[in-house]
Design a protein around this ligand. Structure first.
Ligand code: PLP
Length: 388
């Protein structure tokens, strides 16, 4: 018997990152600048809080929405950092990473055929998540010459009568793009005029450099009512494996998301939730220390890439750089494959993040500086060999 696979799932391509990293895993001594995951272990005080909770036998289910104490920590944290106030009882849902929050927000919002706009190049999961929720993904291109920020006029041009929502991710994976409050206000005006819901994935919001203040669209006047604020602990707190994220949104949407979450997931794991309370209440000095280290690495890697003739912007946020490699005469995938085979350095081809990524590769600096230094030496040799 041939197993029937739902058409909308069958037609989704596998992630370009995954294919590439299967090759990386089959090789030895590779320096990987490919993974979007902090090289730091979760700070000890956070691990310790989780160990104590386990010792006390905290091993059961929690409320579907998440531990009330964690929801209060989340709303206090968002108030402190973003200046937005949410009700911990009715406007917050704790999810299994931001990944689950994105999925259930889209499933709760979309009717089949509804269009969702997102800026591209972008995180690999957005278009498939929209498709899996029976929506239609519509990419709005961003350009290197604008620092990959999203222009309100480009959003406006993509709106149709079927457009239901706009997804944002600043700082952006893979470009490191950030947006000023004024730029976000122009986007907010378009969304309000066309009655769009905004989903804003703020997962890199703590990782902005040179003291730059992160602005969230949810904090702009009149926007909280139409925004789903998505955040989690994976990146800034180095907690990818704990799988804790959260969504803050108007109560009727949280209620709808809760139904999906309740029947498909039940609740996020209690160990991760206990660790998240410690992280949000006392983890800020640890985040600041990691951010200082990322900033140093960023400065080094950007200078090294520009020195070898691969033009690279200084990203204001995230832990990614997105240099241009087209001057080498190679397409992104060939560049990445040959760099891997000839020099054992893994970077991600730009088109893994959408067609607008052609001519670029993504390098993550969530890797220790000595490793980054060796990777840059090998990459400089490789680029030089191409130019000879
Ligand atoms: N959103 C963006 C933009 C990401 O880059 C990632 C991971 O790389 C995620 C969400 C996934 O986050 P989580 O670990 O909270 O599911």
């Amino acid at each position: 018997m041939s197993i029937p696979i739902a058409r909308h799932i069958r037609d989704i391509p596998r992630s370009g990152i995954r294919d590439f990293f299967e090759i990386v895993q089959s090789m030895e001594d590779v320096i990987s600048l490919g993974i979007g995951e902090p090289d730091f272990a979760t700070p000890w005080h956070i691990r310790e809080a989780a160990i104590y909770a386990l010792e006390k036998g905290r091993t059961g289910y929690t409320s579907n929405l998440g531990l009330p104490r964690l929801r209060r920590s989340i709303t206090a944290y968002i108030d402190r950092h973003f200046g937005i106030s949410y009700d911990p009882l009715s406007e917050v849902l704790v999810s299994v990473g931001v990944s689950e929050a994105i999925d259930i927000a889209l499933r709760a919002l979309l009717d089949p055929g509804d269009e969702v706009l997102y800026h591209e190049p972008c995180y690999v999961s957005y278009a498939p998540s929209i498709t899996m929720a029976h929506g239609v993904p519509v990419a709005v291109g961003t350009r290197a010459e604008n620092g990959f920020s999203l222009l309100a006029e480009d959003v406006e041009k993509a709106v149709t009568p079927r457009t239901r929502a706009l997804m944002l991710n600043f700082p952006t994976n893979p470009t490191g793009a950030t947006m000023t409050e004024e730029e976000l206000a122009r986007i907010a005006e378009v969304c309000t005029r066309h009655n769009l819901v905004v989903l804003t994935d703020e997962i890199y919001s703590e990782l902005t450099y040179e003291g730059a203040r992160h602005a969230s669209i949810a904090a702009l006047p009149g926007m909280k009512e139409r925004t789903v604020f998505l955040h989690g602990l994976s990146k800034a707190f180095a907690m990818t494996g704990w799988r804790i994220g959260f969504a803050c949104a108007p109560q009727p949407l949280v209620e709808a998301m809760m139904k999906i979450h309740q029947y498909s997931i039940l609740c996020a794991p209690i160990m991760g939730q206990d660790a998240a309370i410690e992280a949000l209440e006392r983890g800020e000095p640890s985040v600041a220390a990691m951010r200082r280290e990322y900033e140093m690495r960023r400065n080094f890697i950007v200078a090294a890439l520009n020195d070898m003739g691969l033009p690279c912007r200084l990203p204001k946020g995230s832990f990614y750089v997105f240099p241009r490699i087209d001057s080498t005469g190679l397409a992104s995938r060939d560049f990445s494959l040959r760099l891997l085979q000839e020099k054992k350095v893994a970077v991600v081809p730009g088109p893994a993040f959408g067609p607008g990524g052609e001519g670029h590769v993504r390098c993550s600096f969530a890797t220790a500086l000595p490793q980054i230094k060796i990777a840059m030496e090998r990459m400089a040799d490789f680029v030089e060999s191409l130019r000879r």
